[in-house]
Design a protein around this ligand. Sequence first.
Ligand SMILES: Cc1ncc(COP(=O)(O)O)c(C=O)c1O
Length: 429
Amino acid sequence: MSNAAQFERARRALPGGVSHELRYREPNPISIVRARGAEKWDVEGRRYIDFKMGSAAQMLGHGHPDVVEAVRRQAECAIFSADCHAAEIEWAEWVNRLVPCAERTRFTGSGTEATMLALRLGRAFSGKERVLRVDGHYHGWHDHALKGAKAGCEQSTSLGVPRAVSDLIDICDADPQSMESALQDDRIGTVIIEVSGANYGSAPLPTERLQALHDVVRKAGAVLIFDEIITGFRWAPGGRQARDGITPDLTTLAKIVTGGLPGGAVCGRAEIMELMNNVAKRNGLSPPVSHKGTFNASPLIAAGAVAAMPHLASGAAQKVADETASALRDGVNALMGSHGIVGCAYGESSTCHLLFGARRPQELSTAEIRNVSPAVIQGLRGGLLARGVDLMSHTSCVTSAAHTPALIDEALGAFDAVFRDLIRSGAIT
Ligand SMILES: Cc1ncc(COP(=O)(O)O)c(C=O)c1O
């Protein structure tokens, strides 16, 4: 079976042939059958060095033996009975120990569900419906997250989102003056920030600026949500807030918090989280904040997550991933220099973003950084894929604890060849 034939079949069964709009690739996506460590193999038997790593979920590498074994054992005991169980408590205790703002944790079905719940909690606690978000930051695909998700665009990025919902969302820039002036509107009770900066840090958000944004929100008395769905357990075991000592009211988590399995979480101050406590319901009052979800904290996911936690808690996994990402950035920068390309590789922690046409991301706005020409995206991403290297998105990627210096060297060989092709085709100068 070829990738192309598989996609032909997919197109007849799945809208657009995919299950996530960003998985489509020209001329067809690759179809993966196996993934181990930092590598994966497609239906044609071709092997790839993986810099996508399950959309940044596989911090420990694909198929970590402890996670696989824990899930296998749990599957033999009980796949899912929709009851309470011990692993969900142990899992929440790990989160509460590691993430500074976490006094309570509630598990969700995905990162999108986590931000949806966090916004509901923020609105319930503040008693105010309006939410302030930062231009270009990503918080998932629900109705309340789409206006402002595309940098420089005031419209919701999807058809079908009620205007009445979008009208409750205000957008500011990632700078304290812009946020302070937006917060003059005292109908805003909740602020959400993607703490890496837009697109896992392709538009960087330095620590002093994050601190200043935090201070502005505190002064206004709004509920502050840190979206740490990428940064949680990656920037540090306790996320960016632990690394930088900046604490929000609520935090959204997904991807790594589940040990790379499906799901997510909201954690935060007990006073806010306990709005979901349904003792009130038993007393004949309705619970102030409703949260359901058949598969929340399902035992299979909880077992995998609890098995991953000791490996995530020490910081050793993050250190390895940071070092390989740093080697990748250094290598790409050296190649850009030797090819005479105006651009750079940059990023925090275990990320690597490529920029063309400017020497530093700080020279550009978020919209300009995100506005990469289709010829560059296709040439870079497509060219690397053809040479066995898969990026996470347009011009960005992540590493994991399973990446090795040898894999980075091998990948840099592919970058070298692709840069040559991009210059020859005129896509970059
Ligand atoms: C910062 C951020 N928030 C929210 C989400 C949405 O999470 P999910 O895809 O699990 O719904 C993502 C997903 O990439 C993300 O990166």
